[in-house]
Each structure stands twice: as structure tokens, then as C-alpha cells.
Design a protein. Structure first.
Length: 336
């Protein structure tokens, strides 16, 4: 398939063409404030199935429906009081609500569940694209299944050029990790996937919020409510190893050992002067800085051809919870 590339800067009107592609059952990769998504008409089961094919995504992993105005949420799901409150405080923005679905939503989107995930992105490009398409857009992250989510145009091209009808170049995504997925069907809000809206922000509104624990795949009590959480995720080609606690001492020792063994090693850390390493990328000074470049850095380490990435971790506050969740999964829960 020939993929059309469309660069968007200030003028959003060229997105009409992209909207037409979606209307006609095609696939368009587009930026949002979190990560790039690969979108199709969310009410057209045939179009939605193409997403799974293009990504190599298991079909039991449901998709998020993206909307541009609140009224559309009511058309696809039963917006309960908790979901409404989240929408009121955080939409448009990086949070997705899980609500009971309406019958208009194809099974291909919900993967047979009786719920649907709904999100209203704040990205102007995403929002305008949805308006032009005139339908909710089903969109997972625009990576091949298992790879780090793309936050830059070049990363989307690496994964999807030739697999979708169009890729929109809208520059880099602001947040860098995906939306927070919140199950609103129970008594308390449950964070199924930590992301762009933090636990603290939700606690401010609701008082108490539950966070679904991520567990190592294969452990006997591992039955995630969010089907996507059980798959191998966010993995660069290089092995990722994360270090908690006194990371500098532990990483320095590991680095020395790797050099002796001839293992080409990258370090992803706060302060690059901490390590004598050529393949080193700083993640900045806060968890939100790290969220912003984490997926891009993983892909850059692969371009450098490193065999192993040694990673420092931020704390659990703010975006740290989401960053740690993604990194733990990238590392296959190998935490030293
Ligand atoms: O920021 C984001 O959310 C990005 C951008 C493109 O909007 N999208 C994204 O989609 O991350 P995806 O498909 O990569 O992740 C969606 C997550 C998966 O873990 C999926 O299992 C979960 O949401 N999910 C979707 N529908 C669900 C449902 N009905 N119940 C529980 N979890 C659901
Ligand atoms: Mg994804």
C-alpha cells in the first residue's frame, strides 16, 4: 500500500482529505497530545479490523473511541455520573473512561466486552480530524504491536509506512505516554492504566481512587481488566533493565560488567555525568520530562545499536506512576 504523508502546521484545513479517508473506511495515523494513534471509523467494523491487521494486534485487545465533542460520548456509551465528572474536569485531555457500551459500537472495537473506552483528545489536529471524519475514531497507539508507542513522526513512519493510507506529521507529542484509562463501572474509579492525567488529579476530584496493580505476565493471579495490559509491550530491540533505589551504584557496576563482556550498553538516566558511557540519553529532571522522551529514547537506543539499556527510574508521583508502569513492562519486570 502506498502511504500518503501529510504535514500539518498552522492550517488545519488539509485534514479534510484525511477525514475523507476515514469516512471511506481507510486508515490514518495521526498525532494526539499523548502519542500518535492509528485511526479508523470506529463505527465501521470492517475498517476497525484493518487496524488490527496493520498493527499485528491481537483481536481480543479492545480499542479506544476518540471523540471531538461531549455529545458523541452519549451516543456510544452510557455516561454514568463518575464518567461525566471525569469528562467535566479533564476533557479534552489525556484520560479515557470505560463505560457500558451502546449497541452502535461494533464488537471489533470492544473485543466482545460490554464496555467501551472513550477519550476526547485535546490535540487540535486529532480533534479536527475527528470532526472532518464525522464519526468517532477508533485508535490504538501507532506502533507495531509490542513496540514502543510512537511520539514522533519518524517513529510512526518506521512502523507503519506502507501499512496505512496516510500518516499525518504533526510534530512531537507533548505528553509522551498514553492516556490514563479509568474504569467507571464500579463504586470507585479504578485506574487500569496510569497515564497523562495523574492519580493525584483524580484523587482531588474523587477522594479515593484504586490503581490496578501491574503484575508479571504468567503469574497465577494475573487477570487484568484492561486486556491490553497482559501483552508484551513497549519493547525496543535492546533488553531493558531497570534499577530502583540506589541506581547510580548499581548501574555503574552493571556497566562495568557489560563493558568487560563486550555488551554494547546504553544508559537512560537523569544526570549523564554520573556514568562513563557513550550511548547515554538524559531523561531530564522530572517524571514528566521522562514521559516526554521515554519512547523516543528507546527507539534512539535501537538506532545506536545497543544490546542493553540500563534505566534509572523516577518516583511514583505525578506522571512517574505511568512512566514506571511502561518501563516495568518494557523490562519484562526485570527490576534490580
Ligand atoms: O493516549 C492514548 O490512549 C492513545 C492515543 C492514540 O489516544 N491510545 C492508546 O490506545 O494508547 P491503545 O489501544 O494502545 O491502548 C488502549 C488501552 C489498552 O490497554 C486496552 O486494553 C484498554 O485501553 N481498553 C480499551 N477498551 C477497553 C475496555 N472496554 N475495557 C478495558 N480496557 C480497555
Ligand atoms: Mg498501545
Amino acid at each position: 500500500m502506498k502511504t500518503e504523508l501529510l504535514k500539518i502546521t498552522d492550517d488545519l484545513s488539509p485534514l479534510k482529505v484525511a477525514g475523507e479517508i476515514i469516512k471511506n473506511g481507510g486508515l490514518v495515523a495521526f498525532p494526539t497530545e499523548t502519542v500518535y494513534g492509528i485511526g479508523a471509523d470506529g463505527l465501521n467494523a470492517t475498517a476497525v479490523r484493518k487496524i488490527f491487521e496493520a498493527k499485528g494486534r491481537p483481536s481480543d485487545n479492545p480499542l479506544i473511541l476518540h471523540i471531538a465533542k461531549y455529545a458523541d460520548a452519549e451516543k456510544i456509551g452510557y455516561m454514568n455520573p463518575m464518567a461525566k465528572k471525569i469528562a467535566e474536569h479533564f476533557w479534552s485531555g489525556p484520560v479515557t473512561v470505560i463505560v457500558k457500551k451502546k449497541s452502535i459500537v461494533p464488537d471489533a472495537v470492544s473485543a466482545g466486552l460490554d464496555t467501551v473506552a472513550i477519550r476526547m483528545p485535546s490535540s487540535q489536529i486529532a480533534s479536527r480530524l475527528i470532526e472532518y471524519a464525522g464519526t468517532p475514531i477508533a485508535a490504538p497507539s501507532a506502533n507495531l504491536s509490542g513496540k514502543p508507542s510512537p511520539t514522533r513522526f519518524i517513529d510512526v513512519c518506521d512502523d507503519l509506512n506502507g501499512r496505512v493510507d496516510m500518516i499525518i506529521d504533526g510534530g512531537s507529542c507533548n505528553i509522551g505516554i498514553e492516556s490514563t484509562v479509568v474504569d467507571t463501572t464500579g463504586e470507585l474509579p479504578v485506574i487500569l492504566r496510569p497515564g497523562g492525567i495523574t492519580r493525584e488529579q483524580l484523587e482531588e476530584i474523587f477522594g479515593e481512587v484504586e490503581v490496578e496493580k501491574h503484575k508479571k505476565e504468567g503469574s497465577s493471579d494475573y487477570k487484568p481488566k484492561s486486556p491490553g495490559m497482559k501483552y508484551l509491550h513497549y519493547t525496543p530491540k535492546a533488553k531493558v533493565t531497570v534499577f530502583d533505589g540506589d541506581a547510580v551504584a548499581k548501574i555503574s557496576a552493571q556497566l562495568e560488567e557489560n563493558v568487560k563482556k563486550g555488551i554494547k550498553t546504553g544508559v537512560f538516566c537523569k544526570d549523564t555525568s554520573s556514568y562513563p558511557c557513550e550511548n547515554i540519553i538524559t531523561w531530564g529532571s522530572s517524571a514528566s520530562d521522562m514521559a516526554n522522551i521515554m519512547f523516543a529514547a528507546f527507539r534512539d537506543f535501537d538506532r545506536m545499536g545497543v544490546d542493553e539499556i540500563l534505566c534509572e527510574l523516577p518516583g511514583e508521583d505525578g506522571l512517574g506512576l505511568g512512566v514506571r508502569n511502561r518501563i516495568f513492562k518494557s523490562a519484562g519486570f526485570d527490576i534490580r
